[in-house]
Design a protein around this ligand. Structure first.
Ligand code: MBD
Ligand code: FE
Length: 298
């Protein structure tokens, strides 16, 4: 059978009814999206001749994997796709320049301590880790220093675990998480204990999916940033360590050209110099954060 089955009057009427098209209430945009989504899924079932058993296996996976949706989305390439789509829309609108955006990931926690000056991000000792020293500037399109920026920075510890999401329960809240308020010169500096790469929880839904696809669930060591400043577009980005074995093989597709500095490793320390450039905000909304729901410390 081919997918023209989905276009028969019987199925089309079912789709219209299921999406509430004949009802006056509800949200028209959502109705249109739900209708298209359901039709796309029906066509997928026909195209791959998905059996009832296979269909319910997929529903079981989604139900049981719901707690890992924040990992399944980047692992599937969808989170990177959203970046590529935003980039393409920017290009169409003639907007370019500045530090590339890349995926947020699921491990940000709001309201980290707000600090100034050369900030120490690490509350916990992590004695086997090198000390990472990261420095640079935040400028705007004309190279002007962005003085009133807040740099949100978060990263894993040397075991690859993030505070607030650490199954060992060993980390102090907000370890390796800070918001750094910049001085008028737009310079930032922080130090912290070197992160290691991240791997998805063994045996979890994302791990199962990756294995079934013949893939792995690992990321190179990396440091996440949000940079916000009045008048500028909030930047969501991260640097990935260019010398990490997974630098060119990130399960989450978060590594991008221009975001792969190689730390200069000297004894107990490692140094990264990295400058950020922001775009001007075109709307008030661009100065804020997306409406994505994010963890808050209880
Ligand atoms: C991470 O640390 C991360 O940054 C992403 C995108 C996905 C999983 C874990
Ligand atoms: Fe991360």
């Amino acid at each position: 059978m081919d997918t023209s089955f989905v276009k028969t009057p019987q199925i089309q009427q079912l789709l219209d009814k299921a999406a509430g098209l004949q009802e006056s209430g509800g949200n028209p945009r959502l109705k249109a999206i739900v209708r298209d989504l359901t039709e796309a899924l029906m066509a997928l079932i026909v195209r791959h001749d998905i059996s009832e058993s296979e269909f319910w296996l997929a529903m079981k996976f989604l139900g049981e994997g719901a707690g890992e949706i924040g990992l399944i989305v980047p692992g599937s390439g969808l989170e990177h796709f959203l970046d590529l789509y935003m980039d393409a829309k920017d290009a169409e609108a003639g907007r370019s320049g500045g530090t590339p955006r890349t995926i947020e990931g699921p491990l940000y926690v709001a309201d980290a301590p707000l600090v100034e000056g050369n900030a120490d991000l690490s509350s916990d000792p992590d004695p086997d880790a090198q000390v990472l020293h990261m420095t640079g500037t935040v400028t705007g399109p004309e190279g002007e220093p962005v003085g009133d920026a807040i740099v949100h920075v978060w990263h894993a510890n040397s075991k690859g675990w993030y505070s607030h999401f650490d199954p060992t329960g060993e980390q102090t809240p907000f370890n390796n998480r800070r918001r750094i308020k910049l001085a008028p010169d737009g310079r930032y500096a922080f130090h912290s204990r070197m992160p290691s790469g991240y791997s998805v929880p063994p045996g979890g839904a994302t791990d199962q999916l990756m294995q079934a696809l013949g893939r792995h669930g690992s990321r190179p060591a990396h440091v996440h940033f949000f940079i916000e400043a009045p008048g500028y577009r909030t930047l969501t980005t991260q640097i990935n360590f260019g010398d990490d074995p997974f630098a060119a093989d990130d399960f989450a597709f978060g590594t991008r050209e221009g975001l792969l500095p190689v730390p200069s490793r000297q004894g107990d320390s490692a140094y990264i110099a990295f400058d950020f450039q922001l775009q001007r905000a075109a709307t008030a909304a661009e100065q804020g954060f997306s409406a994505r729901s994010r963890a808050e410390a209880g």
